[in-house]
Design a protein around this ligand. Structure first.
Ligand code: SF4
Length: 384
């Protein structure tokens, strides 16, 4: 299923071009930005040099040092979107962005390697949490970003000690504000984090986790990951992905990447999201689970035990994310009708719109029955 493109925006400048396949390697989806902007503060940092090396190798010709990251002044909203989605900014993460936060139910703590994502999903989770044009900003002070891991190990709030996940130690989520694999081709941040944690640079007892809609995993597969990173693939029913994902790898390619990393010894996972109760949803999500089983069967048959988990996130939106998404994709067919939803208030007074109780109940009981039936031995960590 080819990913759809956004309804309103010509994504030509920003859509990842499928990489030229090397000898024997399958086609994978890689994002190559049109331009890389380096802030003055980031110039000369070791990870900046790595990003610039990767960008040069990827053929990026427009590289500029700037004081601040500002979109071109003449841009209208559509042009600003296209400019932002084809720009990689190399910036220094300020101390506020380096302070890990608890992030239930996914992980004990959140660590951000970057903020922003070049893909074009019409329900994008980032729409409500990041402000301004959707530029991807990668953090150049990677050592400082990863430094808190050692000190926080042992201070888990969410997953440490739970039956399904206690063996993972203290968990750190890398994909709250970006798709770390989607930008890896030109950043290298994920490989550095995985190898550092895998080889004990930050002590023992921590593990990383990330989720992605991309498939370029050859470099990760070869890393000394030490089994300390859970690679989850964000997948969906074929119809939902085909309608609403844009600029990502197609779901079958994500499943092949899942199998590749499972065979390389990574703990792996599925983030089934955003689940939508589309017509025939039981059949189409059932097919997805069956496809996962089929793609992992040869890995297990070859003698690699597969450590797979499942997380399920139903579609939701906030008033803020709805406004942003409607401005990016005004012709979207994505249902964001507050009257068809239940308003759920957070303890901080914010509101998010989730499916009505009956629908949630039906989804929950189906996934709770079908995940163990179709993927025996696989824990369903949560459904939210
Ligand atoms: Fe947003 Fe994830 Fe899609 Fe990127 S891949 S546009 S972060 S939903």
């Amino acid at each position: 299923s080819a990913p759809s493109t956004p309804a309103s925006v010509d994504p030509a400048p920003a859509t990842p071009a499928p990489a030229e396949p090397g000898p024997g390697s399958p086609r994978v989806r890689r994002w190559t930005p049109r331009r890389v902007l380096v802030t003055k503060a980031a110039v000369g940092l070791p990870h900046t040099d790595e990003v610039l090396r990767r960008a040069a190798q990827a053929g990026v010709e427009e590289v500029e040092t700037v004081g601040r990251i500002v979109p071109p002044r003449t841009a209208n909203e559509r042009e600003a979107y296209a400019w932002a989605k084809s720009t990689l900014a190399v910036v220094v993460a300020p101390p506020s962005a380096r302070k890990p936060q608890p992030i239930p139910p996914s992980a004990d703590w959140r660590i951000d390697l970057a903020r922003g994502c070049p893909a074009h999903c019409q329900y994008c989770y980032l729409a409500g949490s990041l402000t301004g044009p959707p530029i991807t900003r990668v953090y150049a002070n990677l050592d400082e970003v990863l430094a808190p891991i050692a000190g926080l190990t042992g201070q888990g709030h969410v997953t440490s000690g739970t039956a399904a996940r206690g063996h993972e130690g203290t968990t750190f989520e890398l994909s709250c504000y970006t798709d770390p694999l989607g930008i890896e081709h030109v950043t290298g941040s994920l490989a550095a984090a995985v190898a550092q944690v895998g080889t004990g640079v930050h002590g023992d007892g921590a593990s990383l986790r990330f989720t992605t809609k991309f498939d370029d995993v050859a470099e990760l597969a070869a890393l000394p990951h030490g089994g300390r990173t859970r690679a989850r693939f964000s997948v969906n029913a074929a119809e939902v992905a085909a309608r609403f994902d844009g600029g990502t790898a197609p779901v079958p390619a994500r499943l092949r990447a899942l199998a590749t990393l499972a065979a390389a010894g990574y703990p792996v996972g599925l983030t089934i999201a955003p689940v939508m109760p589309v017509e025939g949803w039981r059949e189409t999500y059932g097919q997805l689970l069956d496809d996962v089983r089929a793609v992992l069967a040869p890995v297990e048959a070859a003698g690699h035990p597969v450590d797979l988990t499942v997380e399920v996130i139903t579609h939701r939106f906030t008033p803020g994310s709805r406004d942003v998404l409607m401005s990016w994709y005004p012709r979207t067919k994505l249902e964001m009708d507050v009257d068809a939803r239940r308003a759920k208030r957070s303890k901080f007074g914010g509101v998010k719109y989730v499916y009505p109780t009956e629908t949630m109940r039906a989804l929950r009981s189906w996934f709770e029955a079908e995940v163990p039936a179709r993927l025996p031995g696989t824990p369903l960590l949560y459904l939210t």
